[in-house]
Write a protein that binds this ligand. Structure first.
Ligand code: ZN
Length: 245
C-alpha cells in the first residue's frame, strides 16, 4: 500500500481524502455484507420451521382437548341413555296393556339408535385421538433437534456479525488515522457530498471526472489544477464531488 518513492506524502489533503473514501467504501461494503449474510436467511428458515412446529403443537393440543371432552360427553350421555333404558326395561316388566308395551318398546328402540350413533361418534374420536397421540410423540421428539438447529443458526449469524463488527471497528480506527489533521471544514464537506452522492471523492483523469464521467473544459481543468495546488482538491463543476487532480 505504501509507496516510498511517492514524493507526495500520505499526509497530503488529496491522499487523506482518497484514503477516507477508500475506508468508507470498505465500511459500506461491510455493512451491506452484514445485512446480506446467508446466515441471516438460514436463521430465518430455522425460525420459520420452529414457528411451524409450535403452531402444530398448539393445533394438536387444542384438537386433543376437544376430542377428550367429546369422548367424555359421549360417555356421560351414553350412561344417561343406559339408565333411561334400564328404567324403561324395568317398566316393561310391569306393563300389561299391549299399546303401552309397544310405546315402551319404541322408546327403547329410539334409545338404542341414539346409543349406536354415540358409539360411532366416540369410536371415531378415540381413533383420531390415538393417531394424534402418536403424532404428538413424534412431534415432541423432533423438538430438540429443531431447537438445536435454531440455536446454531443464531450463533452462526452472531459470529459472522461479530467478525464484521471487528473489521468495522478497525476501519473506524484507520479512518481516524487517515483523516489525520484534515481541516474540519474539508471533512464536513466530504461528509455532506458523501451523504448526497455516495462517493464523495473523484479523481480527474485527463479531462474527465471519474465521479460523474463528464469532461471538464480546458479552462475548467486549468482552474481545477490551480485550486488543487492551493487546497489539495477542487470541486467538480459538473457533480460537485471533491475532485483530486
Ligand atoms: Zn464530477
Amino acid at each position: 500500500m505504501t509507496d516510498a518513492a511517492e514524493p507526495d506524502p500520505e499526509t497530503s489533503v488529496a491522499a487523506r481524502l482518497l484514503a477516507l473514501q477508500h475506508i468508507d467504501t470498505q465500511a459500506d461494503q461491510l455493512r451491506v455484507k452484514r445485512e446480506r449474510l446467508s446466515e441471516r436467511e438460514q436463521l430465518a428458515a430455522q425460525e420459520k420451521q420452529m414457528t411451524a412446529w409450535e403452531q402444530r403443537s398448539a393445533q394438536v393440543a387444542t384438537r386433543l382437548d376437544k376430542l377428550t371432552s367429546a369422548i367424555e360427553q359421549a360417555e356421560a350421555r351414553n350412561a344417561e341413555l343406559s339408565s333411561s333404558r334400564d328404567r324403561l326395561e324395568a317398566q316393561m316388566k310391569t306393563v300389561i296393556a299391549p299399546r303401552e308395551a309397544e310405546a315402551l318398546m319404541h322408546e327403547i328402540e329410539t334409545i338404542n339408535v341414539q346409543r349406536d350413533e354415540l358409539d360411532d361418534t366416540e369410536l371415531a374420536a378415540l381413533e383420531e385421538q390415538s393417531a394424534l397421540d402418536d403424532e404428538r410423540v413424534a412431534h415432541l421428539a423432533s423438538e430438540g433437534a429443531l431447537r438445536e438447529a435454531l440455536g446454531q443458526a443464531d450463533e452462526a449469524l452472531k459470529r459472522r456479525c461479530a467478525d464484521i463488527d471487528v473489521e468495522l471497528e478497525q476501519l473506524g480506527e484507520e479512518r481516524v488515522v487517515a483523516a489525520g489533521d484534515l481541516d474540519e471544514s474539508i471533512v464536513r464537506r466530504y461528509e455532506s457530498v458523501r451523504s448526497s452522492a455516495g462517493v464523495a471523492v473523484a479523481e480527474l483523469k485527463g479531462h474527465r471526472c471519474e465521479g460523474c464521467h463528464l469532461d471538464l473544459s480546458a479552462a475548467e481543468v486549468d482552474t481545477a489544477k490551480d485550486e488543487s495546488v492551493a487546497a489539495g482538491y477542487t470541486d467538480c463543476p459538473q457533480c460537485g464531488r471533491l475532485l483530486i487532480v
